[in-house]
Design a binder for this molecule. Structure first.
Ligand SMILES: Cc1cc2nc3c(=O)[nH]c(=O)nc-3n(C[C@H](O)[C@H](O)[C@H](O)COP(=O)(O)O)c2cc1C
Length: 411
């Protein structure tokens, strides 16, 4: 039986903070922030992950402003929720882990119902996946959103977080500026990659200033967008080098583009019947019908393998001198040891910790060598309407049962 590399359980530094080991719960949208505010459920979930042995847990997908919201149970960073953020971070700290919050703006993936305006993006047009007409941001609006990032970092600090993770991947606003697929601007923010990086540069300068010496800044960035016409590895290495120059303390190397290559982010099959079955009629009838008819074309499966970004991520390891976190398919001792051997400083896990918040402790105690997660992606398929759950731990409706069993059997 393979033994876990003990380096995983040594402390590691990210900018001004030290975390007790190398494991981080990856940002994975919980759907537990009703009214865009932390709830007891969100606090209990992250506390259980903290008690389960991770060095740091990341609260997902908090919008830096209302215009960046896409779900009704998504966090929105604002002054009035500081007491609830404090409760959340105090509880995580008591559980023995550091607390991180992922900050982002959904851009053209925002939902009109929650974002209070026509969704905004690097360029205008129509986003089939949201589905919505999009307003291309003007210069003043860009400057306001840049300020919103700084403000969100200050709120995170007041809320007791040890770290923020800026979401610069997966086709959300920063990524929409970076990618030629979504950025068709003719001004200084469009055209060359240098110009397309300008929004990210401005956000990062604001974020690093707001962070000061007190809080760590991680950035989740793509190793590639995952489709033809998006950013490829070389472009993404240029972006990562820029993030290093801008002073980011750690990069989380991911990939994919939710509006174009969603399964590239996490791999595996999307259980389509579950996905459209859970979508709310009222706000998403169009998408619900679209996915019921053409879901397999819109959300293409991607083969799952352990440590699935390894071949690309290793190129970033060679090109950069800064701390790097590996994310994606770290499901077993073998793949964790492989990325530790390759020189990655931290490991992030999402689904293994959705399946079992105790995963890290169990690995450490040698009770298991592999996660029981089978990548059925049920936890993803229900995010439109319910909180994040593994199908093994909640009631699965009859219509999904057969689909889940079939997907798991086929792998
Ligand atoms: C239910 C679910 C929700 C997710 N939500 C987010 C998110 O809000 N932000 C993000 O950066 N990644 C999100 N992800 C992607 C994960 O952070 C991670 O990059 C991906 O699942 C691969 O890691 P894993 O194989 O350990 O699950 C989500 C993944 C899952 C399964």
């Amino acid at each position: 039986m393979s033994k876990i590399d003990q380096r995983v359980f040594t402390p590691g530094k990210i900018g001004p903070i030290e975390i007790k080991n190398r494991t981080i719960r990856a940002s994975a949208y919980e759907g537990m922030a009703d009214g865009h505010t932390p709830t007891k459920k969100l606090i209990d979930y992250h506390t259980s992950v903290a008690r389960g042995g991770v060095g740091m847990t990341s609260v997902a997908y908090a919008a830096v402003s209302q215009s960046g919201l896409s779900f009704h149970s998504q966090l929105w960073m604002r002054e009035e929720i500081i007491p609830q953020l404090r409760e959340l971070t105090d509880s995580i700290h008591q559980g023995g882990a550091k607390a991180c919050v992922q900050l982002g703006h959904c851009g053209n993936m925002s939902h009109r119902r929650y974002c209070g305006c026509r969704p905004v993006g690097a360029s205008g047009g129509f986003n089939l996946y949201s589905p919505t007409f999009v307003h291309g941001l003007n210069k003043d609006e860009i400057l306001q959103i840049v300020k919103d990032y700084g403000n969100a970092v200050r709120i995170a600090k007041k809320g007791g977080f040890d770290a923020v993770e800026i979401h610069a991947g997966h086709g959300y606003l920063i990524s929409q500026f970076l990618s030629p697929y979504t950025n068709h601007r003719k001004d200084e923010f469009g055209g060359s990659l240098e110009n397309r990086m300008k929004f990210m540069d401005m956000v990062m300068k604001e974020v690093m200033e707001a962070a000061g010496d007190d809080i760590a800044v991680l950035v989740k960035t793509n190793t590639r967008d995952g489709f033809k016409g998006g950013l490829e590895v070389d472009d993404c290495i240029t972006v990562a080098k820029r993030l290093q120059e801008l002073g980011a303390h750690c990069l989380v190397l991911s990939g994919g583009f939710v509006s174009r290559a969603p399964m590239y982010v996490m791999k595996g099959k999307m259980p389509m019947r579950t996905l459209w079955g859970y979508m709310p009629w009222k706000s998403l009838w169009w998408l619900k019908i679209g996915i019921a008819i053409a879901g397999k074309l819109m959300v293409k499966s991607e083969p799952f393998q352990e440590a699935f970004f390894y071949d690309d991520a290793i190129k970033f390891r060679k090109a950069l001198d800064m701390p790097l976190a590996f994310v994606g398919g770290l499901n077993s001792v073998e793949s964790i040891n492989k990325v530790m051997d390759a020189g990655f400083d931290f490991i992030q896990m999402a689904r293994p910790l959705v399946h079992d918040p105790e995963f890290v402790n169990k690995l450490k105690e040698g009770k298991i060598t592999k996660s029981g997660c089978q990548h059925a992606n049920y936890c993803v398929a229900r995010i439109w309407n319910y909180d994040m759950q593994c199908h093994e731990h909640c009631q699965v409706e009859k219509f999904q049962k057969k689909e889940l069993e079939r997907n798991i059997r086929k792998g």
